[in-house]
Design a protein around this ligand. Structure first.
Ligand code: NAP
Length: 308
């Protein structure tokens, strides 16, 4: 079978760190172009300043991976779907919930695939955690995501702008895992969003959720963490405590710890290929809905201005 001819759109950090190596390792795909307004692209691959130019003048493509900031995702995805080109949306899948719904309908009408990828769901510990929790009684859940924004998002102006999500940019990864592994759906009960006086998006947030079964879930997000970083989920159950550390990569069960290699992006590309071949889309907006609810329902407080 011919490989899927793919273009990477938005040649920033995640495109270079993860998408390009994963495409290179996957025989189902052939990288044929890149798009980035300012980035020069990579050797031997045609680079275009805009997706419009690629679609008009470039080599034929079957798919794109959209690695831009979320605020420009909808227009680019819609432009590709108009041409029947399959679309992989980096997380978060858009800047609003309704535009993501519109893309799913658009893809169905165009006979193309849209895949809203949640990379953390492909972390090594997530599937075994889900299986272990499936028939447990969940008593309490704690999510702690504390990292240093200066280390992980240096100079990314878009992340502080409306639609950039602020600390929910990493926080939504935690929610993508929690919504995958917990056996019952859950919903927001309270939130406090702390936003720097000179920014539009929060630098920290304290949230509480409750599952349909009444289980309390707490979530502590903070971008001001220096020193050790935390990407931890702890689930107390009737059969002991499960913990997922390092963003889902390291699973500890009462019987011991399972370490595994990082397979997030290879897993995403394997799923994208199979969705294209099966002519299906996969768009789960549950983590995004919980974030939107925090913005809808949360108390706002202004905190010290933040400069990079
Ligand atoms: P980034 O380093 O700021 O890169 C974004 C890139 O998008 C920039 O290089 C920019 O290109 C390009 N871009 C902006 N507008 C564009 C347009 N209209 N057409 C084509 N390209 C455009 O951001 P990032 O960290 O890679 O994050 C991108 C997305 O991936 C975000 O949604 C983020 O949540 C997600 N993500 C990031 C990470 C991570 O570790 N960084 C991990 C997982 C997921 P120019 O430089 O050419 O202007």
């Amino acid at each position: 079978m011919d490989p899927i001819r793919i273009a990477v759109v938005g040649m920033g950090k995640i495109a270079r760190d993860q998408h390009l190596p994963s495409i290179a390792r996957n025989a189902d795909f052939a990288l044929v172009a890149s798009v980035s307004p300012r980035d020069p692209g990579v050797e031997d691959i045609a680079n275009f300043k805009s997706l419009e130019t690629l679609l008009a003048d470039g080599p034929a493509i079957d798919a794109i991976a959209l690695c831009t900031p979320p605020q420009v995702r909808y227009e680019l995805a819609a432009m590709a779907l108009d041409k029947g080109v399959h679309v992989f949306l980096e997380k978060p899948p858009g800047a609003t919930l309704a535009e993501v719904d519109a893309l799913e309908a658009h893809a169905a009408g165009a006979g193309a695939t849209v895949f809203a990828g949640w990379h953390s769901r492909f972390a090594a510990g997530v599937a075994p955690a889900k299986a272990w929790l499936a028939d447990r009684r969940i008593e309490r859940v704690s999510i702690v995501w504390r990292e240093d924004v200066r280390v992980w998002h240096p100079g990314q102006a878009w992340i502080w702008e409306p639609g950039g999500l602020g600390v929910f940019d990493p926080g939504i990864n935690a929610l993508s895992i929690a919504t995958e592994i917990l056996p019952q759906p859950f919903f927001l009960t309270s939130a406090t969003l702390s936003t720097p006086a000179n920014r539009a998006a929060p630098i920290a947030a304290d949230l509480t959720f409750r599952s349909n079964a009444g289980t309390p879930i707490s979530m502590d997000l903070d971008w001001r963490q220096t020193g050790p970083q935390s990407w931890d989920i702890v689930v107390e159950t009737d059969a002991g405590t499960l913990s997922l550390a390092k963003g889902g990569a390291v699973l500890t069960l009462p019987s011991g710890t399972v370490h595994n290699d990082d397979e997030e992006y290879p897993g995403l590309y394997a799923r994208f290929a199979s969705l294209i071949r099966d002519r299906r889309s996969e768009v789960d907006t549950t983590p995004f809905t919980l974030v939107a609810d925090a913005f809808l329902r949360g108390t706002r407080q202004s905190v010290e201005a933040f400069d990079d």
